[in-house]
Design a protein around this ligand. Structure first.
Ligand SMILES: Cc1cc2nc3c(=O)[nH]c(=O)nc-3n(C[C@H](O)[C@H](O)[C@H](O)COP(=O)(O)OP(=O)(O)OC[C@H]3O[C@@H](n4cnc5c(N)ncnc54)[C@H](O)[C@@H]3O)c2cc1C
Length: 442
């Protein structure tokens, strides 16, 4: 595994029956489990690999409200609050620090976009500050002739290696079962509704299951006739060697994203660059992604044909619950990073921050990002399989909203009043005949 995440110890006993089963131990699954355990619900989380082993341990660590799709902003704002509270409630360090996020630009159109977004966000209660050219130079440095930027002081950063493991541990302390190296192969269905899950260790009875399987969710759901349009996009990032502090939060420029880490190094990447594998799932849903592929967001995507056509999260093929499933065959998705991105990002980093001369790549990694056609997640109960819920498709920005999404799912699963309107997250928006909204995230 190219990344390091804090280890979580499994429970000694394996449950026979629980109120809710959570599939997947990323930031979403662990947050849902925590929120349920906190409410006294009996809950078990099953993870095919290790907690935080896929996207949630591989991301840049940005905890962001700024530039979100406005549909997500209430959840992002609630999340920031939960990040702070979770550290206190669990007594564990999630690596969360509120050091703000800055964006810099050389392009007038970005400034106009941020200004318009900021006016709408303000109505929802979120305040950020447009930066003039000189303010941007002060905050970001003067190596490029910045036209301006935007600064959100209430945003933050957290450590992907620490967050999901800490939340899982917090859930365990409140009575949740956590079992790793234990894939959920499929659902047990009786009288038309969920009655349990088949894990690789046998049947666990339950009448509520939430699939938080990240890049694997669409393939899992397909077994039950559920069309969850998802494309997995490869992101590349690296950790630097320890280096002087040139910023203590996060910075995005057109060619570089950088975050200060707790250990005195940086996580670095290039925004908007990625790769898509030509695989059965992507072909099946290609038409639904048309608005995204023609938007600016997808301009820098490469497409490749490789082994993922036949195995992995986007392949075709079914299995039965007494067979080894695709989830057990790949315990942790661990794609190789794109070397060209690594070279370019390191060079841009030193050009932007000459004080970092001599900095090197400590280690680099790739991560498959599960993306929906409008870049908004799906959080919903499935009509055709009562008792099955989905929380997936967080589209490259689910780490920051993980705790807020977890709380929302906890409310939905316990039939409590959700703190925000869940209509934008319904799966039905992608149903046949519905026009798909162009991505609004900036
Ligand atoms: C390079 C990169 C940079 C990113 N940067 C940011 C950022 O700065 N800020 C931000 O907010 N977001 C960012 N993201 C996105 C963010 O990481 C994801 O949106 C978020 O982590 C998704 O969490 P998740 O729990 O849904 O999925 P995951 O973390 O992928 O977890 C899903 C888990 O489910 C398990 N699983 C799947 N199927 C089964 C099964 N059948 N049985 C048992 N277990 C199963 C998997 O093994 C996996 O561990 C980035 C992502 C990447 C890859």
């Amino acid at each position: 595994m190219r990344i390091k995440v804090n280890a979580v110890t499994d429970n000694a006993t394996f449950p026979e029956e629980v109120d809710v089963v959570v599939i997947g131990g990323g930031i979403i699954g662990t947050s849902v489990t925590y929120e349920l355990a906190k409410r006294g619900v009996s809950v078990a989380l099953f993870e095919k690999g290790v907690i935080g082993g896929e996207q949630s341990g591989r991301n840049w660590g940005w905890v962001r409200q700024q530039n979100r799709d406005l549909y997500e902003l209430p959840m992002a704002m609630r999340s920031l609050q939960r990040w702070e509270e979770l550290g206190k409630e669990t007594g564990l360090d999630l690596g969360f620090r509120r050091h703000g996020i800055a964006y810099g630009t050389l392009n007038e159109a970005d400034l106009a976009k941020w200004e318009a977004w900021g006016a709408q966000a303000k109505q929802l209660g979120f305040v950020s500050h447009l930066l003039t050219a000189s303010e941007a130079q002060q905050r970001i440095g003067d190596r490029l002739p910045w036209l301006g930027g935007v600064w959100s002081p209430t945003d933050g950063r957290a450590e992907p290696s620490m967050a999901a493991p800490a939340i899982a541990t917090g859930a365990q302390q409140r009575g949740a079962f956590i079992h790793q190296h234990c894939a959920v192969r499929g659902l047990d269905i009786s009288a038309g509704r969920v009655s349990g899950v088949w894990t690789e260790r046998g049947l666990v009875k339950t009448n509520r299951v939430i699939c938080c399987g990240g890049a694997w969710s669409s393939r899992f759901c397909k077994q039950y006739g559920i069309e969850l349009p998802s494309a997995n996009i490869l992101g590349t990032a690296f950790k630097t060697t320890a280096a002087p502090e040139v910023l203590n939060g996060c910075l995005s420029t057109p060619n570089l994203c950088i975050r200060r880490r707790l250990d005195g190094s940086y996580t670095v990447a290039i925004p908007g660059r990625g790769r898509l594998n030509l695989a059965p799932q992507n072909i099946r849903y290609a038409a639904k992604f048309y608005p995204m592929y023609r938007s600016n967001i997808a301009k820098q995507l490469k497409v490749r044909l490789n082994g993922s056509f036949f195995s992995g999260p986007e392949a075709a093929g079914t299995w039965s619950n007494d067979q080894v499933s695709p989830f057990e065959k790949i315990r942790v998705l661990d794609p190789a990073p794109d070397k060209q991105i690594l070279r370019e990002a390191l060079q841009t980093l030193v050009e932007l921050f000459p004080d970092l001369k001599g900095i090197a790549i400590d280690h680099a990694w790739g991560g498959w990002i599960d993306t929906t056609p409008d870049l908004v997640p799906v959080i919903d109960e499935m009509d055709n399989v009562p008792g099955l819920f989905i929380a997936a498709g967080f589209s490259g920005h689910g780490f920051g909203i993980g705790p807020g999404a977890g709380e929302l799912c906890g409310q939905i699963l316990t039939n409590s009043r959700p703190y925000t309107d869940v209509t934008p997250y319904r799966l039905a928006r992608f149903a046949k005949g519905n026009a798909i909204r162009e991505p609004q995230m900036m």
